[in-house]
Design a protein around this ligand. Structure first.
Ligand code: ZN
Length: 411
């Protein structure tokens, strides 16, 4: 095969033009590539966790034990998240070891712990409401905070499409009732100020996929600036998702990069504030003024992101009110779709068809219509290029298209 010496070598995941099985050499190269990729992903996760927790020291890295569940070829019935969860948890463990506080938790001065039952919100609608006289965190529902403050837009929070509201709290308000012996000015954990926001509709507002079509839960979040005795101030994101996991992870995983950008820019301001050098007394006052300024900017950013999203959600709800139209549009788009517009959502085990104007239609394996959503072009690009939606094999795609045709002819 002298001619092939000048040919482009086959890409690792393409089958060779002669349909021979990949050689051991090729397989070994592919594993090397995956290993390098995993190392680089782990370091990126670690780096983002290090920044989020205000850890400045270099993190020592060591061994990472990964376990991989290998199903029968073609069975597909295993979690596609299994490696990611292990990488993520390990990065978090490494960073927590050096951080002055764990993200997503708040210190309970009564139990002297970041991990007691009072240290995190009990449910998705809860925000941090300050400390009791004996230093226990309180977790009122966001709407109670609005009612207590006689917020002018409190009425709009009730109803089927609750509007998005933000509230800024200075730190002294949150520790007003707290007694000095129960940590009022404790160096372990002092909240210098916070923005509480609600209600987002989880998971839609965070551009995360729904695990079941019916699952939509109102979610409130608290963004707080904490002095936990470390060298820099920490931006803590506190909230509880319906499945009990901390909200900050979902926030970091959101496809909407504007969220991550908003947090990043606040963290940068906090780094600058941490470097402030003046006399001790005027320093505290100046620092608290700057912290409230940074939180106010964050509040404006969040308001811009989520209010805009709220308007979009209302539009799509109006479209869904007319159920016949989106379904027939979905079938028309799907029948007219080119091969490049048909993707497989491996995790959800569904077919995804990208129609005109970023209409995204989801079908099950029997080609039955599950749902239609309009995404931003950015989101569509991210999901098709970063792997959430995969290119299917040609024969699988053809089978799906045939099922579509059978179904639409039968109706
Ligand atoms: Zn406690």
């Amino acid at each position: 095969m002298e001619n092939s010496a000048h040919a482009v070598p086959p890409q690792p995941h393409e089958t060779s033009p002669f349909n021979r099985p990949p050689s051991t050499r090729e397989l070994k190269d592919r594993v090397h590539q995956v290993q390098r990729e995993l190392e680089s992903i782990f370091h990126s996760l670690l780096e983002s966790r290090r920044r989020a927790q205000g850890v400045h020291a270099k993190l020592k890295t060591g061994n990472l034990k990964l376990s991989l569940e290998l199903p029968q070829p073609g069975s597909g019935g295993h979690s596609s998240d299994q490696l990611y969860v292990q990488l993520q948890n390990t990065a978090e463990r490494y960073a927590n070891r050096l951080a002055s506080m764990p993200l997503g938790q708040i210190y309970c001065h009564w139990c002297r712990s970041f991990y007691c039952e009072h240290a995190s919100p009990p449910e998705p609608r809860s925000v941090f409401g300050g400390y009791t006289p004996t230093g226990q965190p309180t977790w009122p529902e966001f709407v109670s905070v609005l009612l207590e403050r006689r917020h002018p837009r409190v009425d709009s929070i009730f109803g089927s499409a609750p509007s998005f509201i933000t509230v800024l709290h200075p730190g002294h308000e949150l520790s007003r009732k707290q007694l000095p012996i129960y940590g009022k000015s404790s160096p372990i954990c002092r909240v210098l100020g916070q923005v509480s926001v609600g209600y987002l509709i989880f998971p839609d507002s965070l551009s995360l996929p729904r695990t079941s079509p019916a699952q939509r839960t109102p979610l409130a979040l608290t963004f707080q600036v904490v002095d936990a005795g470390g060298s820099s101030l920490i931006l803590n994101v506190v909230g509880k998702l319906p499945d009990g996991t901390p909200a900050f992870q979902a926030f970091e995983e959101s496809w909407d990069t504007r969220l991550a950008d908003a947090l990043h820019s606040t963290r940068r301001s906090l780094e600058e504030i941490s470097l402030l050098k003046t006399s001790r007394k005027s320093r505290a006052r100046e620092r608290s003024r700057l912290v409230m300024g940074a939180l106010h900017n964050l509040e404006k950013n969040l308001d811009r992101i989520f209010r805009q999203r709220e308007r979009r959600t209302q539009h799509s709800q109006e479209r869904h009110a007319n159920r016949k139209r989106p379904t027939s549009t979905a079938f028309r788009d799907a029948l007219e779709a080119s091969a490049e517009a048909i993707f497989r959502d491996v995790e959800e085990q569904t077919w995804v068809v990208i129609g005109p104007k970023n209409r995204v239609h989801v079908f099950n394996d029997q080609a039955r219509h599950v749902t239609s959503i309009v995404y931003s072009g950015e989101t569509v690009r991210a999901r098709t290029t970063r792997g959430k939606w995969h290119k299917p094999r040609a024969e699988e795609r053809t089978a799906f298209q045939q099922a579509l045709e059978r179904l639409t002819q039968g109706e």
